[in-house]
Design a protein around this ligand. Structure first.
Ligand SMILES: *Cc1c(COP(=O)(O)O)cnc(C)c1O
Length: 375
């Protein structure tokens, strides 16, 4: 079987270096917020092209700490993409802020910049730009809106390590960006980890204090903070794996290019080719009108495809107060998306087999005519 993702296989090439880094930390006698974290913060800031990076416990905390640091009045509105992973939205609601949902552009899966302006009210304070599946949002119109209306932009870059837009890296496209280094991400630790990147020195200082109980000098607290510290073990592992991120992203792009040129199946809508070399290809997401049958067909042929994501945030039981909303583009996307296996350890033979299997499937070809006229 070709699994959707095999973390053991992905981490195997770095096993010796990871073991050495772990040993070094184990023997150091210093386990939380130390030299390894400081080194990673410096390297990740440099990689993203920003002046500050703050290591935190996970990606959700990174987003929450950014909102906490901005200290928007309770009930302020944040423009969010309706088509995203629930963590993006949780960061907004957990701070007592109100998500204002905007539909995606079906060609990019990301927030449709054309639909943002009509949602801006006097209570709007920020726009959350989620670079879903590894593709940066179309930032130029978002920058212009933020300028015009005096809004902050926050990136959820949890899926976009190394992605670029207009020559700039994800993490350097806004006032502050959140990264996750959850094991499945393009840069993944062997546990939970996250970071905030920003060019705003004051914001960086505040977040760095907030993650450690609101304290910069031990036992003196300037802010009502929290515990969201990054540990030395994860930072040491990230320091190893960061050296290979670019090579891994190049491999992801190579596979994406291969899929985009070789998959020929009228039932499928393939991801947009236009940003092939900018995208980080965290996921290779296609759309199929009969998704479940397509997934079963692949599984019968030894290919594990998955769904990111089956239920949009506004339709989750956790968000009952938003269940009545109608966001048809988001809902259709959530009904049709399928993520094919695409990761740096996928072999050429596996990729060829995936293409061949998909090209031989004829589940829906008659109904495909006019399919693009939907959204
Ligand atoms: C993974 C992810 C997060 C949350 O990161 P954690 O480290 O799991 O907290 C947030 N947003 C998006 C888009 C993600 O993919």
């Amino acid at each position: 079987m070709i699994p959707h993702l095999d973390l053991k296989q992905i981490n195997r090439p770095y096993q010796a270096e990871i073991a050495e880094a772990m040993q070094r930390v184990a023997e150091s006698g210093w386990y939380v917020l130390g030299k390894e974290v400081a080194a990673f913060e410096q390297s990740w800031a440099a990689y993203c092209g920003v002046s500050h990076c703050i290591g935190v416990a996970n990606g959700l905390n990174a987003l929450e700490l950014i909102f906490k640091a901005f200290d928007f009045p309770e009930g302020s509105e944040v423009i969010v993409p309706a088509n995203t992973y629930i963590a993006s939205i949780l960061s907004v609601t957990s701070l007592g802020l109100k998500p204002v949902w905007v539909e995606p552009d079906p060609k990019t899966f990301n927030i449709d910049p054309k639909k943002i302006e009509r949602k801006i009210t006097p209570k709007t304070k920020a726009i959350l730009a989620v670079h879903l599946y590894g593709k940066c949002c179309t930032m130029k119109p978002i920058w212009e809106l933020a300028q015009t209306y005096g809004l902050k932009i926050i990136e959820d870059a949890a899926q976009a390590h190394g992605a670029t837009y207009a020559g700039l890296k994800a993490g350097n496209l806004s006032d502050a960006a959140a990264f996750s280094f959850y094991p499945t991400k393009n840069l993944g630790a062997l546990g939970d980890a996250g970071a905030v990147t920003t060019n705003n020195a004051e914001l960086a200082r505040k977040i760095s204090s907030l993650r450690n109980y609101g304290s910069t000098i031990k036992y003196y607290n300037d802010h009502v903070g929290t515990n969201s510290r990054l540990d030395e073990l994860q930072a040491a592992i990230l320091n190893v794996k960061l050296r290979y991120l670019d090579a891994e992203n190049i491999r992801r792009r190579e596979l994406a290019r291969y899929f985009l040129s070789e998959i020929k199946n009228p039932d499928l809508i393939l991801p947009n080719l236009k940003t092939l070399y900018e995208d980080a290809w965290h996921l290779f997401v296609v759309r199929h009108p009969k998704r479940e049958e397509f997934i079963d067909y692949l599984m019968d042929n030894g290919i594990q495809a998955t769904v990111h994501y089956p239920v949009p945030p506004h339709k989750q039981r956790a968000y009952a107060e938003y269940n009545h909303l109608s966001l048809p583009i988001t809902e259709q996307i959530h009904n049709e998306v399928v993520s094919l296996p695409l990761h740096p350890a996928l072999t050429n033979e596996e990729a060829a087999y995936i293409v061949q299997t998909i090209n031989q499937s004829v589940l829906q070809s008659h109904a495909a005519v006019g399919y693009y006229s939907g959204v």
